[in-house]
Design a protein around this ligand. Structure first.
Ligand code: HEM
Length: 402
């Protein structure tokens, strides 16, 4: 097997849409990732994606953002506001835990902070297992923890959620309730399995665990990176900081700009199923590996300009590109949560009162509205357990002046 590396934006784009290149980043994380959507290929991937995509529709995201999310956000932030401090990662994980559990279909029966904490501690272990390729911890140790966590997750969260849904599905099949009365989530879709695809109990467990970690990990990190960029930029540009706080469309641009600089997964890996020519230098044979540096590609000067390595929400980009670059992937495995987290890109006709901003922008806005600022006595720390450039802790204080 030969290994190739590229950070060329257009080469990566052509690789991500190429049907002969198969997902390879999660081969080490099989304990949790085996057979889940992100690792599937070909027909199997197409069928599962079609089935699950029913949940991830733009009109539902807008409804979720406007009607359901504000209540969860207020409930989750209250204990932090009372204390006057928060760790952004902790807050981010708690809020996104509820968000992804809603989409995955995991009930929190007590809806208590303790229950969210329990689920969260399991999901953090799933995250470590999924991104094992970048883990600095002994892999055996992480895998053992994942197995224990999966078992606990099944007993405490998955089984009760399944039983409730199975009863409702039964009633729907007996014409006692309408389809619209079924929960709108991935677990219900999988149990209903209208496309009759092959799904074992264990696979459903891994699929739901994958959803929980895929959504929460990336959203919490994205929010923290965006706030960090905004704090630093605001310190040097006080007028712009005022604008960010008052103009949510501009804030959304800042979030997209930060997403460009900090892709949740800094690389994408694919293996070739047959000989594939990507460009003059990259000619893959069967089973060759291509490692794509999304972090570098998102700083391509041709597309994002000469200052592509710095945070500049005013940057102008070509019409056919997104400000977040390749952060949500493109092509076959493009992220289901893109419009949910990133929202819709605004234009000159956008009505700011009826716009879909995306969950990350709403989270950042809430922290800024509550006058959250970095705790000058408690510096943020990078996450030392992974090669991924993420924050491990980011303390803030509410109600402080910059
Ligand atoms: C800022 C937040 C997020 C980022 C940056 C992000 C990024 C990504 C990327 C880069 C991929 C493609 C990976 C590849 O091509 O190898 C992906 C796939 C995926 N994402 Fe996200 N994601 C985010 C949030 C979410 C959320 C909130 C959900 C669900 C609630 C979600 C669900 C998924 C799913 C299901 C896939 C797999 C799609 C497939 O394989 O067909 N993501 N995400």
């Amino acid at each position: 097997m030969n290994k190739f590396k590229t950070s060329d934006y257009n080469t990566i784009k052509s690789a991500l849409v190429n049907r002969n290149l198969k997902q390879a980043l999660y081969d080490k994380g099989k304990v949790i990732m085996d057979g889940v959507l992100l690792t599937l290929h070909g027909d199997e991937h197409r069928k599962r994606r079609k089935l699950e995509h029913k949940i991830f529709q733009r009109n539902f995201f807008k409804y979720y953002e406007h009607e359901l999310f504000p209540k969860t956000l207020n409930e989750t932030i209250q204990p932090f506001l009372k204390k006057g401090t928060a760790d952004l990662l902790d807050f981010g994980y708690r809020i996104t835990m509820n968000l992804t559990a809603d989409f995955a279909g995991i009930d929190r029966q007590k809806k208590s902070p303790k229950e969210t904490e329990d689920l969260l501690s399991l999901v953090k272990i799933f995250s470590q297992g999924a991104t094992l390729v970048h883990s600095k911890r002994p892999h055996d140790e992480v895998n053992k923890e994942v197995l224990v966590a999966l078992d606990k997750f099944e007993r405490k969260f998955l089984l009760p959620s399944k039983v409730r849904r199975e009863k409702l599905i039964e009633r729907f099949k007996n014409n006692e309730i309408a389809k619209s009365e079924l929960p709108r989530d991935v677990l219900t879709i999988l149990l209903l399995n209208e496309d009759e695809i092959n799904l074992s109990e264990d696979l459903i467990k891994r699929e739901i665990a994958f959803y929980l970690q895929a959504g929460s990990h990336s959203t919490a990190n994205s929010m923290t990176h965006a706030l960090h960029e905004i704090f630093i930029w605001g310190e040097n540009n006080p007028d712009e900081f005022e604008r960010i706080k008052n103009d949510t469309l501009f804030l959304q641009r800042c979030v997209h700009e930060s997403m460009r600089l900090h892709p949740a997964s800094p690389v994408a890996w694919r293996k070739s199923e047959c000989p594939v020519v990507l460009d003059n230098n990259i000619q893959l044979n069967k089973d060759d590996l291509i490692i794509m540096d999304l972090h570098k590609a998102n700083q391509d000067k041709e597309i994002f300009g000469d200052d592509s390595d710095i945070f500049n929400p005013h940057r102008i980009i070509p019409k056919n590109q997104f400000l977040w670059g390749l952060t949500f992937g493109i092509g076959l495995h493009m992220c289901f949560g893109r419009d949910l987290d990133g929202g819709v890109v605004s234009n000159e006709n956008t009505d700011p009162n009826n716009h879909q901003y995306g969950i990350v922008t709403l989270l950042v806005k809430k922290i800024l509205d509550e006058k959250g600022l970095p705790d000058s006595k408690n510096k943020p720390k990078v996450d030392i357990n992974t090669e991924r450039p993420n924050w491990g802790s980011y303390p803030i204080i509410f109600g402080e002046r910059l």
